[in-house]
Design a protein. Structure first.
Length: 350
C-alpha cells in the first residue's frame, strides 16, 4: 500500500469484494512435474484446482473459495522466502512466477506477448503481471473490466524483535489472493460477456507506479475500459459495521448500489474515514480514474481499527482471517459476473 503522508498509525490503503450464490464441483487434477516451469509456477499448479463444472444453484453459502485455497496462496506470497516482495527484488520475482503459474493453470491468457509487462517508470527491473479472459459475447467482449491488486510490498526494514521482513500479508497479499481466486473462477467458468483483465501491479509502494504504467499504456491502445475494480487490504473483517466491506470514492459513483443489487444484501457501505483520508487517491484504482475517467474504485475491509501492523514486520499471515477472504471472494463472484454481463454499462460516476 502506498504510504499516506501525514497519517501516523492510521495510514493505509484499501480493497474488498461482493456477494451471493454459486456452487461449484471442483476436481483436483494431479499434474506431472514440468521441467520447463519454475518452482513457483509448479507450486501454483500443484494446489490450484481445475474446476470442471460451474452451476448456479441455491445454497445459502458460496462454496467456490475456501480457507484451504486462500491459506495456500497468501501463505506463499507473504512467506519469509519472498522477503517482503520489494519491487525489483528476488522475492517479488518469485511472486511473479507464482502468479504466472496460477494464470497458466486456470486458462488466463497473457494480455500482452507475455504475462510480464515491464515498468517504464521505475529504475529497477519490475513488472506487472497481466492476464485476460476474453468475453463470450461478440459485441460486449470489446469492452473491458480490470480486476486488480498490487502484489509488491516494502521488503526488509528496521528490526523489530529480531524480525526485519515486512511480509505484507494484509498489504497486499490479501488483495492479490482475492484477484487470483477470482481469476481461477472466471478462467474456468468463462461466464463473462465482457472481457476481464486481471492485473497484479508492482511498485505500488513506490507511488502507484505499476498501475500508472499500465493505465497509460492501455489508454494509448484506446482500450474501451468500462470499470476498474481494485482490491486492497482485505485480510481481516470490518468491525461493528452493518456492511461487509466499503468502497473508496463511495460518493463518486453508484458502484456500491450496483454491487449490493447483485449481492442481494448490504455488501458495500460507506466508511467516513475513507473519505476523510482520501483513500480514493491512495491505491491502484486512481491512475485508471485519471487516464480513463471511468468508475475506478477500491474494495477494502481495513477500517482503521482492525489492523495495527501497516508497513510493519507484524503484517504476518498468522493474523489473516482465511475464512473472511474466502467469503469475500465468494461474495464478489456474482457481483462481478453481474457487472460484466449486464446489457448496459450500469456502473456510472455521478
Amino acid at each position: 500500500m502506498k504510504k499516506i503522508i501525514g497519517i501516523w498509525a492510521l495510514t493505509v490503503l484499501m480493497s474488498c469484494g461482493s456477494s451471493n450464490m454459486v456452487k461449484t464441483d471442483v476436481e483436483n487434477i494431479a499434474a506431472e512435474p514440468n521441467p520447463t516451469m519454475t518452482v513457483q509456477e509448479q507450486k501454483a499448479e500443484s494446489f490450484i484446482p481445475v474446476t470442471s463444472k460451474y452451476k448456479k444453484g441455491t445454497p445459502s453459502v458460496l462454496e467456490f473459495s475456501n480457507k484451504a485455497k486462500v491459506s495456500e496462496i497468501i501463505g506463499f506470497l507473504a512467506s519469509d522466502e519472498l522477503k517482503g516482495r520489494d519491487s525489483g527484488s528476488e522475492g517479488i520475482e518469485k511472486a511473479a512466477s507464482f502468479i504466472e503459474g496460477v494464470f497458466k493453470t486456470n486458462h488466463i491468457a497473457p494480455y500482452f506477448l507475455s504475462y510480464r509487462d515491464t515498468l517504464s517508470n521505475f529504475e529497477k527491473t519490475a513488472f506487472n503481471v497481466v492476464g485476460v479472459v476474453e468475453g463470450n459475447d461478440e459485441e460486449l467482449k470489446k469492452e473491458f473490466i480490470i480486476i486488480g491488486a498490487h502484489y509488491d510490498h516494502i521488503g526488509e526494514i528496521g528490526a523489530e524483535n529480531g524480525d526485519t521482513i515486512a511480509n505484507g500479508a494484509n498489504d497486499n497479499a490479501s488483495g492479490t489472493t482475492t484477484v487470483l481466486e477470482l481469476a481461477r473462477y472466471f478462467g474456468n467458468a468463462k461466464s463473462n460477456k465482457r472481457s476481464i483483465i486481471f492485473a497484479l501491479f508492482s511498485a505500488e509502494e513506490k507511488g502507484l507506479l505499476g498501475s500508472k504504467h499500465l493505465a497509460q499504456k492501455l489508454k494509448k491502445q484506446n482500450l474501451d475500459l468500462y470499470a476498474m475494480l481494485n482490491f486492497e487490504m482485505v485480510g481481516v473483517p470490518l468491525v461493528d459495521k452493518d456492511y461487509f466491506m466499503y468502497v473508496t470514492g463511495y460518493e463518486n459513483s453508484n458502484l456500491a448500489e450496483v454491487s449490493n443489487k447483485y449481492a442481494e444484501s448490504k455488501l458495500v457501505g460507506f466508511l467516513p474515514t475513507a473519505k476523510e483520508f482520501n483513500l480514493f487517491q491512495r491505491s491502484d484504482n486512481y491512475p485508471f480514474h485519471q487516464e480513463f475517467g471511468v468508475p475506478s474504485q477500491t474494495y477494502c475491509t481495513f477500517d482503521f481499527t482492525n489492523f495495527d501492523h501497516y508497513h510493519k514486520v507484524g503484517d504476518e499471515v498468522s493474523l489473516m482471517d482465511f475464512r473472511h477472504i474466502a467469503e469475500l471472494v465468494n461474495k464478489a463472484v456474482p457481483v462481478i459476473e453481474g457487472i460484466v454481463n449486464s446489457k448496459i454499462k450500469e456502473v456510472k460516476y455521478y
